[in-house]
Design a protein around this ligand. Structure first.
Ligand code: 5AD
Length: 362
């Protein structure tokens, strides 16, 4: 281990806490929680041992590849008013768009043409969308291309989830955003924490590979909340977990609230890797966007992350899907794979173009 800071927490001490953490992972209890708090509290500059350990867990359970998923954001309409999100229904300043069937299909083809074999179709909770059309597109993509399809369209009726599953969608992403019920309900007016959990359980029951995740740096979120989130991930055994920093949007309720700490985000990814072992963990776009001159996805890749989700939303719509400002993907274009190839090289990894299904062996 390289990092051994004078005056700070020693590597030996850090490893002792990690050992304590691991001794009880199979029975997530208060001791695990305490270890997580201690590790989250270590300053980033002194967290080398934690990050390196997470990297070794990733290597052992997920291998050396960086899995790729191409994301297509097909509707920016949303009926919700999440405090942090730029697409909140109350934001009248943005121009909204909805892609039609042919556009969604063609965007999936663009993903397929690069060799990437997962397309993620994401939208707001668009109450005016023709969801049966989406079912149809899913069928068509499955018929034409050898691809896995992930949907991320929020909370929907069980029947609709079932239709999508039958049409051939194999995965679904629905972030819990925070596992603290009180905090969740403060940030999501008219939404219920239990309703969201119910959706996640429905998705699992239907056989979707299910992804969830959180935002780091939400107003009033504490270190205890984050430790609880990691325990929650472990208990729910998600196939994929996205962890990204909050980035303030000027047309949202949290517009005056400071951005989340990207380094705390990276530490949270590392601890989630250590606890969940083989969950897929993306180096998130928000993490890559929060610093102008540095792509912190690289740091996440060195601390347990094993997935990247390049953006394939057609250019003319891309800047309109502004969940937060300064998305790095606005600059990404057809040579995205070359850029990611470079990132893989720099981090001693390889790009993995396989479908990258869950490693949970269900
Ligand atoms: N900052 C960071 N992440 C955000 N998301 C939405 N708004 C923001 C923001 N301002 C994330 C949420 C959502 C995903 C699509 O984007 O976690 O689930």
């Amino acid at each position: 281990m390289r990092i051994n800071s004078a005056g700070g927490i020693s590597v030996v001490k850090t490893m002792a806490i990690i050992k304590e953490l691991l001794s009880d992972v199979f029975e997530v209890n208060s001791k695990v929680f305490d270890s997580l708090i201690k590790l989250l509290d270590i300053p980033y500059a002194e967290s080398g041992a934690v990050l390196e350990f997470a990297d070794s867990v990733r290597r052992k359970f997920c291998g050396n590849g960086i899995l790729l998923r191409g994301i297509v954001e097909f509707s920016s309409y949303c009926k919700n008013n999440c405090y942090y999100c730029g697409l909140n229904a109350g934001n009248k300043k943005i121009e909204r768009y909805r892609m039609d069937e042919a556009e969604i299909f063609e965007a999936a083809r663009e993903v397929y043409k690069t060799g990437i074999k997962t397309v993620v179709l994401q939208s707001g909770e668009d109450s005016g969308f023709d969801w049966d059309m989406l079912t149809h597109v899913v069928k068509k993509i499955k018929k034409e291309f050898d691809m896995q399809i992930t949907l991320s369209c929020g909370e929907q009726e069980e029947k609709l989830y079932e239709n999508w599953k039958r049409a051939g969608a194999g995965r679904y992403l629905l972030k819990i955003e925070t596992s603290n019920k009180k905090l969740y309900e403060k940030l999501h007016p008219q939404m219920s924490f239990d309703g969201r959990l119910e959706c996640l359980r429905m998705l699992k029951k239907l056989g979707f590979q299910t992804g969830s995740g959180i935002i780091i740096g939400l107003k009033d979120q504490t270190t205890e909340d984050i430790a609880n989130d990691i325990v929650f991930f472990s208990k729910e055994d998600f196939d994929m977990i996205g962890i990204n920093p909050f980035i303030a949007h000027c047309e949202s309720m949290l517009k005056n609230y400071p951005d989340g700490d990207p380094y705390l985000t990276i530490k949270t990814i590392a601890l989630t890797r250590i606890i969940t072992k083989n969950a897929h963990l993306p180096a998130t776009t928000a993490l890559g966007s929060i610093k102008k001159d540095e792509d912190l996805r690289k740091n996440a890749l060195r601390a347990g992350a094993n997935v990247i989700m390049p953006n394939f939303t057609p250019y003319k719509y891309r800047k309109q899907y502004e969940i937060y400002p300064g998305k790095r993907c606005l600059k990404e274009n057809a040579d995205i794979v070359d850029y990611l190839e470079k990132m893989a090289e720099e981090t001693g990894r390889t790009l993995d173009f396989s479908k990258g299904d869950s490693l949970k062996g269900r």
